[in-house]
Write a protein that binds this ligand. Structure first.
Ligand code: HEM
Length: 195
């Protein structure tokens, strides 16, 4: 059976939609894990209520957004490869598949973390989870560069600027979280809010 050239464009359209949904779900999921872990610092009755709520939000996010996004992105990618199998022999595609495999492992790892959080067995701190959340950003940038530049992957100043930007973003998130934590612990702030 030969597919029409339009089929390829449909696969690509839905592939990109799937990728956007998948990443939105992955980014928000780990953000919820951070709130979930930090809820442990609250006083007992509120703590339980928050943890219950985060658990529900995480489960719904994974089942309704993150995993369906992944299934759509991957199944449409299979459609693209069936329509044009020659991509598989190109080195940019082979490199892309290695990063996508990493992303699938990350997805499974998040699923595992969700189970640990639900059972109260998660050992990750909010700080570590914030750092973990930078991993899909890095994969996203590299994979998008691979599909755009293909075998002419750039290694010049612009690429290093991009890497620098991702690292700067990761560091800013850590510093901002630390600054907020210090603000909350500061005695002057607490006494002025009591006034
Ligand atoms: C299951 C693994 C995947 C396979 C086999 C795959 C395969 C493909 C193929 C064959 C194309 C069409 C390339 C073209 O027509 O130029 C494509 C496009 C694209 N893919 Fe993937 N993909 C996968 C996962 C991903 C992931 C995880 C991302 C995002 C990080 C992604 C982002 C994109 C984008 C943005 C395009 C559009 C590129 C363009 O039209 O120039 N893909 N993919």
């Amino acid at each position: 059976m030969t597919l029409s050239p339009e089929a390829y464009l449909w696969f690509k359209t839905l592939h990109i939609v799937g990728v956007v949904v998948w990443f939105a779900g992955l980014f928000y999921l780990v953000r919820l894990f951070i709130y979930h872990v930090e809820a442990a610092e609250l006083d007992p009755p509120i703590k339980e209520a928050f943890e219950e709520q985060y658990m529900l939000m995480e489960r719904r996010l994974v089942n309704i957004i993150t995993t369906p996004g992944m299934v759509l992105a991957v199944s449409m990618a299979v459609g693209l490869l069936i329509t044009q199998p020659s991509w598989l022999y190109q080195s940019w595609m082979q490199a892309k598949l290695v990063f996508v495999a990493g992303l699938l492992v990350y997805h499974a790892f998040c699923y595992r973390l969700m189970g640990q959080l639900a059972r109260g067995e998660c050992r990750w701190s909010g700080r570590q989870l914030r750092a973990l959340n930078e991993l899909p950003t890095l994969i996203l940038v590299i994979v998008v560069m691979l599909v755009v530049f293909k075998n002419q992957f750039p290694t010049g100043a612009a690429t290093w600027l991009m890497v620098g930007l991702v690292l700067f973003m990761a560091a800013s998130i850590q510093f901002y979280a630390r600054w907020r934590r210090l603000q909350q612990q500061s005695p002057e702030k607490n006494s002025s809010s009591d006034e």
